[in-house]
Design a protein around this ligand. Sequence first.
Ligand code: SF4
Length: 60
Amino acid sequence: MKVTFDGSICGRAGKCVGGLPNVFFVENDNLMIDTSKASEQEIRDCVAQCPSGALKCVDG
Ligand code: SF4
């Protein structure tokens, strides 16, 4: 599973970085995503909290 991010629709609500800071973190103003740092279920649950739909889980 991969997680895609669309910065143009991100509302900066911070549910991602606040929820799973080891997976979602900001570097040089870019959102970085390291899916190796939590279980797939934890990541799916966190992505589901994204209010804008900027984060999406993509299988494969
Ligand atoms: S949870 Fe979604 S809207 Fe909020 S900062 Fe993360 S990507 Fe952006």
